[in-house]
Design a protein around this ligand. Structure first.
Ligand code: MRU
Length: 376
């Protein structure tokens, strides 16, 4: 998708350099920093500290991590365990790692294979990772096509006024590779000239909505308005939301949806106001082995994510900007950010990364295979 008229993807393989590169999402929207994914350790770190995040992208990154592990002569079963331990909720991680293991095994590469054997097949293992990346791109595109008609139908009733869509967190191209899931129908509607406007939940504590969704929609020219997380219910009561589209990290066999914390409250408000609530779901996020939402592990993260807010430093006169390029974070210098503690150290904090939206609150699942009333 476009940033300043240049097309970007969140992660890619550079054939000339034989290297993997990705956008470091912890620095957006302030800085577009491209980093190399050079090793298994790099991969574990980048996923854990959310330089890459979003369920499909975590899966694709882990697939490249498995390739890097094989190239680096690691025990592949250990590499799989290390990657799976990084983030527990998004099932795409398991899905991609298992696909890579299957590919390794089908080529006779086992955990105790000698390094020389591993080297012979390393190019092929890269192909397996590239296929996973391609698959996520094509799923996102199909989700866009399959969700587009929902927006088109609403547009018919709006007499040229924009269709107002509320979204939570970032299920955009940054969370995938291209298009995004929840955003794919929105980008396609916008590109087709259908007037759309997106209400972007800021998505505390890490503010993926504010920092990433607002950034990518704005960069592509899609009209949006950033709202505090607790605003959606009011907008729905006032008739200012026509539909909700969110992404997912794991959908259980019964259709319950794990997505970014706060999604459930939006689904409740949507139900109360008769507003359609759609989940954009690539099948890489569907987990038939997890019976219900209660069985989905919910990630708990560092309390400092709630305690400390980071953003761009303001100048003394209240104008936004940098001060002589001097930008700091709460834990030392890091690019262009400054961290501010909003509560005293030691304040008890709960930081659940995800919640479960029961299937009964979901109007439909927009998948690469079409619009589904049931997740399976
Ligand atoms: O913690 P994050 O930023 O990885 O969470 C992201 C989300 O919850 C997204 O909505 C989900 O992964 C879907 S991305 C297409």
């Amino acid at each position: 998708m476009k940033i300043n008229e240049t097309t970007h993807t969140s992660i890619w393989y550079d054939k000339d350099q034989n290297k993997i590169f990705y956008i470091d999402q912890t620095l957006l929207p302030w800085e577009l920093k491209i980093r190399e994914l050079g090793s298994l350790d790099d991969t574990v770190r980048a996923v854990r500290n959310m330089e890459v995040r979003g369920a499909p992208l975590i899966g694709v990154t882990a697939a490249f991590g498995m390739w890097l592990a094989a190239v680096g002569g690691h025990n592949i079963e250990d590499a799989a365990r290390m990657l799976l331990a990084t983030r527990p909720t998004a099932v795409n991680l398991q899905w991609a790692v298992n696909k890579m293991l299957e590919d390794f095994h089908s080529r006779g590469l086992s955990a105790d294979s000698r390094v020389s054997e591993k080297h012979k097949i390393k190019i092929k293992t890269l192909n397996a990772a590239l296929e996973i990346r391609d698959l996520e791109i094509s799923c996102s595109k199909s989700i866009g096509e399959n969700g587009l008609h929902l927006i088109e139908n609403l547009a018919k009733k709006k007499n040229g006024k924009p269709v107002n869509i509320l979204t939570h967190c970032n299920a955009g191209w940054l969370a995938c590779v291209e298009w995004g899931t929840a955003t794919a129908p929105i980008y396609m509607a916008h590109d087709k000239g259908i007037p759309v406007h997106v209400w972007v939940d800021e998505t505390r504590p890490r503010n993926q909505g504010a920092k990433l969704t607002a950034f990518e929609l704005g960069a592509h020219g899609v009209p949006y308005t950033l709202i505090p997380d607790n605003t959606g219910g009011h907008l729905m009561q006032e008739g200012m939301v026509d539909m909700v589209i969110v992404g997912c990290d794991r959908v259980a066999a019964n259709g319950d949806v794990a997505n970014k914390i706060g999604t459930y409250l939006k689904a409740l408000a949507a139900k109360d106001n008769n507003i359609p609530f759609y989940v954009a779901m690539p099948y890489s996020s569907y987990d038939p082995d997890t019976p219900t939402g209660k069985d989905i592990p919910i990630e708990e993260r560092d309390p400092d994510e709630v305690r400390i807010v980071d953003g761009e430093r303001l100048t003394g006169n209240g104008e936004q900007g940098t001060v002589n390029g001097d930008r700091l974070t709460g834990n030392g210098e890091r690019g262009s950010l400054i961290g501010v503690a909003i509560v005293p150290e030691g304040t008890p904090v709960a930081n659940y990364g995800f919640d479960i939206t029961p299937a009964r609150l979901v109007s439909g699942y927009i998948t690469e295979k079409g619009l589904r009333r049931d997740a399976s």
